[in-house]
Design a protein. Structure first.
Length: 305
């Protein structure tokens, strides 16, 4: 099979396609023929090396990616999965490949009929992170919540989950994405030096909570707006969040099964996860360059044929 490999620590140019022997499912496992795989910022951070790679305990060469979607093509009936089932899930360092063998069958989810493989492949990390991040804030109809990087993969789901709680949502994003965000019944605000004033103008009675998907000072901004650290969550500035008593809840705090309702909501048309870019596996380096290039709406995926 062909798969994406981090050949050495560094930038996207270090991501290469290599041939590996086809993996096969043993008893109690299934093999998935991957049709699409997610592209996530954490992949890029790991591939760069440094503290993130050390935290995951990897040294090159190693496989890339976590999120995938495809079709079961080897199974022995264990776990209720059969050949031909459409599935999605997460498989760290294995997802960006033509085949992935799943040992822990509890990490697989059935893909609803109305959800494409590309959308399902974008759901695991972003969905679990958004769910965990919003859940700890305890939002309700009387709350106003500020969400940074609101148009990104995590942010676009977080603003919708926050609205479903009844909260008012102030969504910080590049202006090119404001129309799309407004269509989700949230209130977009632009990045820039006037952001704090814009927040005060939009919410003169104050902001109650923060979901930070961007980093770079939003915890300090929220403290300056009078937000209690106990109602802040940063999935980026985790060390600073812990230092001030805020949350740093991400995907590790949410089970794979927890995202099944998100897929059902997408299937029902009650939640959207836009695909900002589709790249064939051979163009994986370009996919990560696009990830780092600036404003986008939703997720980037690899298509694997």
């Amino acid at each position: 099979m062909r798969c994406v490999v981090v050949s050495a620590f560094g930038g996207p140019e270090r991501l290469v396609i290599r041939d590996h022997p086809d993996p096969h499912a043993n008893r109690g496992q299934v093999r998935v023929r991957v049709h699409a795989a997610g592209v996530n910022p954490v992949d890029a951070k790991i591939a760069e090396g440094g503290p993130t790679a050390e935290r995951f305990g990897v040294t090159p060469p190693f496989g890339n990616g976590s999120d995938f979607a495809g079709t079961v093509d080897e199974a022995d009936g264990c776990g209720g999965w059969s050949v031909g089932d459409r599935v999605y899930g997460g498989a760290r360092f294995k997802a960006q490949a033509e085949y992935v063998v799943i040992e822990d069958l509890s990490t697989l989810n059935a893909t609803p009929d109305g959800v494409s493989d590309e959308t399902a492949a974008a759901l695991d990390i972003a969905g679990r992170t958004a769910l965990a991040g919003i859940a700890v804030l305890g939002l309700g109809p009387n709350d106003t919540v500020l969400v940074s990087a609101a148009a990104g993969g995590v942010g676009i789901l977080a603003v919708q989950l926050a609205r479903r709680s009844g909260a008012r949502v102030l969504a910080v994003a590049s202006e090119v994405n404001h129309v799309a965000l407004a269509a989700l019944d949230v209130e977009p605000l632009a990045y820039g030096p006037t952001l704090k004033r814009a927040i005060r103008d939009a919410a003169p009675n104050g902001v109650d909570a923060l979901m930070d998907c961007y980093g770079g000072g939003y915890l300090d901004l929220a403290r300056g707006l009078g937000v209690d650290p106990g109602r802040m969550n940063s999935v980026v500035d985790r060390a600073e969040a812990r230092r001030i008593g805020a949350y740093s809840k991400g995907r590790a705090n949410t089970s794979t099964h927890a995202i099944r309702p998100l897929a059902d909501l997408i299937d029902a048309g009650e939640l959207v996860l836009p695909i900002a870019g589709r790249y064939p596996m051979d163009q994986v380096a370009d996919a990560y360059r696009r990830l780092n290039a600036g404003p986008r709406l939703g997720k980037i995926v690899l298509t694997i044929s």
